[in-house]
Write a protein that binds this ligand. Structure first.
Ligand code: DGL
Length: 260
């Protein structure tokens, strides 16, 4: 059974891809909706929260974990890997590899939360693969609350204005590839594409799910997905069903994450 976690809904971008490739897999998803966003918090807090998230998933019996969160992958993966005896996959390596493969002009933009951009993790991984690639990184802290609050329509005026402001530097830099370094961002990819037409977008959650697929052997479960959240169950249910384009049904439960 695979455990997947994020600070909120963003990790559903990975779930979507896992379900496509491994429909038989049983999955436990945890979205820390009571404590989202992580990306404006200190590294210490991100580490503390993500330890609790991993402990919770392990208590459910998962035997592999996908951190479907750019912020945790960028700031805490080494510590989590050293402390927990379970294979842990993150989004940074997979997305960096994809961006290196895609770029034609050697200019890659990176957007993410404050904590992700501050960590420099995507730049480090990109330049470890291809030192010739130039990058520009921009934090986009308002994108997460916009997604969590449903401002996700391709025509949404507020999200479009926000994207226009945030993506100015990346546009003038001339990036031909953009890493959506936070797993919430693919949910507003149509808005981002309108501001940056012709730029290839890297969906970090989906790339990480592909990497997971290559790395683990299928376990042949029943394809059951259980969702756990740390705040209101009903609002997650309706948003998740819309986003995943499949009903999440009654499989959403509340958990007191502070206990882990
Ligand atoms: N999906 C998380 C990420 O990929 C959202 C960040 C946040 O909670 O601020 O970084």
């Amino acid at each position: 059974m695979i455990g997947v976690f994020d600070s909120g809904m963003g990790g559903l971008t990975a779930i979507k891809q896992i379900v496509k490739m491994m429909p038989q897999e049983d999955i436990i998803y945890f979205g820390d909706t009571g404590r989202v966003p992580y990306g404006t918090r200190s590294k210490d807090t991100i580490i503390k929260y993500s330890r609790q998230d991993v402990r919770f998933l392990l208590s459910k019996g998962v035997d592999a974990i996908l951190i479907a969160c750019g912020t945790v992958s960028a700031n805490a993966i080494d510590i989590l890997r050293s402390e927990f005896n379970v294979p842990i996959f993150g989004v940074v390596e997979a997305a960096a590899e994809k961006a290196c493969e895609l770029t034609g002009n050697g200019k890659v933009g990176i957007i993410g939360t404050n904590a992700t951009v501050k960590s420099g993790a995507y730049v480090k991984h990109i330049n470890a693969i291809r030192p010739d690639i130039e990058t520009v990184s921009t934090p986009c802290p308002l994108f997460v609350p916009l997604v969590e609050n449903g401002f996700t329509d391709a025509e949404d005026e507020i999200t479009r204005l926000c994207a226009k402001r945030y993506l100015e530097d990346i546009k003038s830099f001339g990036a031909d590839t953009l890493i959506l370094g936070c797993t919430h961002y693919p949910i507003i990819a149509p808005v981002i594409s309108k501001v940056l037409p012709g730029v290839d977008l890297v969906n970090t959650g989906a790339e990480a799910a592909k990497k997971l697929f290559e790395s683990i052997s299928p376990r042949g479960g029943s394809g059951r997905i259980e969702y756990y959240v740390s705040d209101d169950v009903d609002s997650f249910k309706s948003a998740a069903s819309t986003f995943l384009e499949m009903p999440v049904g009654d499989n959403v439960f509340k958990v007191d994450i502070e206990k882990y």
